[in-house]
Design a protein around this ligand. Structure first.
Ligand code: IYR
Length: 225
């Protein structure tokens, strides 16, 4: 591999396969069509999935760019049904309070078309739960390591994760029980890690329906200058 010292540090030559503009248009269209076919699914089949698929999905998420390349994320992969039940019980306990007293009416009416409720059977039905933690700071040999743009970095990694789940032919829901500190306790995470997202992954239930909602058109999301 070709190497060069830049600013006192070793760099390696990077070469990406060059694609001509016509092929680029085709490939970007195909990728958009594939991603546009992704839907959040809240009803899962209990069928198992090979662990390698989950490992590859998490490796893909972990290719995300991050502040100063600190990779400030931990992905906890839960398949143990006792731990899934603990997570479901704790999440439903919080969600019950949220839906009955914490969430204002506007919020609840905004969620009506999506059909959500305090009940979270997907936390037990999905064969895997990926619990994403963000590391406020790192720990190396007991020493604190500074992390940067932690939420942005972990958010990007979760985007990669969701894309990889879809590309593998699986479905997921980005679940944010609130508050979700119970996840740190159940999974016994160190103090520098804070729960970020809980993503059940699996096959959709045999006959699945999703809300009839639509994505904003290009004119609404793109302003050209
Ligand atoms: N955390 C709750 C409520 C919820 C909030 C939003 I914003 C959503 O897009 C969906 C759900 C729950 O998981 O039900």
């Amino acid at each position: 591999m070709e190497k060069k010292i830049i600013g006192g540090f070793r760099h390696v030559r990077y070469e990406q396969t060059q694609i001509n503009p016509e092929e680029m248009i085709l490939r970007s269209e195909r990728f958009y069509a594939e991603m546009d076919n992704r839907r959040t699914v809240r009803e899962f089949d209990t069928r198992p999935i090979p662990i390698e698929v989950l490992e590859n999905i998490i490796l893909t998420a972990s290719t995300a760019p991050s502040g100063a390349h600190k990779q400030p994320w931990t992905f906890c992969l839960v398949s143990d049904s006792r731990i899934k039940k603990k997570i479901r019980d704790a999440a439903e306990e919080e969600e019950k309070i949220s839906y009955s007293t914490r969430m204002p009416e506007t919020w609840k009416s905004d969620l009506k078309p999506l059909g959500t409720s305090w009940e979270k059977p997907f936390l037990e039905d999905a064969p895997y739960l990926i619990v994403v933690f963000k590391q406020s700071y790192g720990l190396e040999n007991g020493e604190k390591v500074q992390h940067y743009y932690v939420s942005e970095s972990v958010g990007i990694a979760c985007g990669f994760l969701i894309a990889a789940i879809h590309q593998a032919g699986l479905v997921a829901v980005t679940h944010t029980p609130s508050p979700m500190n119970f996840l740190s306790e159940i999974l016994q995470r160190p103090f520098n890690e804070k729960p970020y997202l809980l993503i059940p992954v699996g096959y959709p239930k045999a006959e699945t329906y999703v809300p009839d909602i639509h994505r904003k058109p290009l004119e609404e999301v793109l302003k050209k200058f």
